[in-house]
Write a protein that binds this ligand. Sequence first.
Ligand SMILES: Cc1cc2nc3c(=O)[nH]c(=O)nc-3n(C[C@H](O)[C@H](O)[C@H](O)COP(=O)(O)OP(=O)(O)OC[C@H]3O[C@@H](n4cnc5c(N)ncnc54)[C@H](O)[C@@H]3O)c2cc1C
Length: 393
Amino acid sequence: MSFHLPPSALDWQAKVRAFVDEELIPWEIEAEMNGGEIPPDVAARHERIAIGLGLSRMDVPVAYGGLAAPVLDQVVAAEQIGRVTNALGWCYPEAQGWMFEACSADQLERFVLPMMRGERHFCYAITEEGAGSNVDDIVATARRDGGDYVIDAVKWHVTSANLADTILVQAKMAEGRNAGTHGLFFVEADATGISTVRNPAYSHTYRHHHPILRFDGVRVPAANLIGREGEGMDFTYAWFRRERLMIAARACGAAERLIEEARAFAATRVVGGVPIAEHQLVQAMLADSVVDLHAARLVTYEAAAAHDRGLDVKALHARCSIAKLLASEAAGRIADRAVQIFGGRGYMRENVAERFLRELRVDRIWEGTSEIQRLIIANGLMKRGLAGTIGAS
Ligand SMILES: Cc1cc2nc3c(=O)[nH]c(=O)nc-3n(C[C@H](O)[C@H](O)[C@H](O)COP(=O)(O)OP(=O)(O)OC[C@H]3O[C@@H](n4cnc5c(N)ncnc54)[C@H](O)[C@@H]3O)c2cc1C
């Protein structure tokens, strides 16, 4: 099966690729050597260009000033963003389609549309010390008190919290008839009672940190509850679906860059009088990488196209898991082979393969580990059968 991208997707591919090549990739080594940081004026320029391209509003309905781009176009754009290391591609906030179904007009005005314009930056706090793979194990609570909710929680690995002014926090209702159900809240990052417990170092070198945050009796206006009490998980599943698909897309982009770089190196690196590309064991590593990428990309594009065809949401959930599982595992293998092809140079932090080897590892962990994706796929198979999971042949 080959996949013909429509003109709109090819257009996104070309313009985001040019942005990544000309503006972002040149800053990778500077970021790697400086704890993820690049000069603030450069970071601001990157955000300005990304927003100017329309990346922050691809998933936004036209009525709100968005582009309502097909999911396939969004995946193709994300794939290009994945070609750059050090998360330099995470240079713009993004308003997501599900928010326009879930949020009140007031929330759209105060939080979501400012994200689309780059005036607000958000992070998502679900995971806790005792609750990762099983979100229902969270012990964070939200207690209603007059016109407010009062949130108590300790959230782990809160990505981008150091750059965010808005935190989406998931908690369980502490009391009342919805006690024990989930709620999702917009919380201002400077609200009284929020503190950083610790800011651990991780394998990659990003300016986006993942601190542990404490919420100690944090008062949030009741108007900041997204949807109703008990609906929190629905929105988090919508978030997971989108993020899993976009992780798959970015993994494909990383894999493409790795193969291109390894191919160029193999064609010019001479060992024993011949380019290493002539050694069949090196050819095998390149060939296996091409096969891995081809499969991952086709499945990712097809999952995106299934969204655009309006496939049932439960089937889409499994499709996103399939894409994430396949693409993240494939990209990990490709990065490992690329390091091997580069030899000693592949172990230097200035080498793209070394950086991707570390950076891609987390794609098999976050937004649900590979094991959790397998459980979702198996669950879909048992409930909806093979055709209901991957479509009829
Ligand atoms: C860099 C980074 C950034 C992150 N950013 C965020 C963020 O912004 N917001 C947020 O809320 N979270 C974030 N996370 C958390 C991430 O989503 C979790 O780490 C992930 O879901 C796994 O949870 P856990 O670490 O608690 O592992 P655990 O749930 O403790 O799992 C440990 C191991 O057990 C396996 N396991 C668990 N249950 C099963 C099962 N039923 N069957 C088989 N195997 C199982 C897992 O696959 C894993 O291998 C981030 C994590 C990292 C590393």
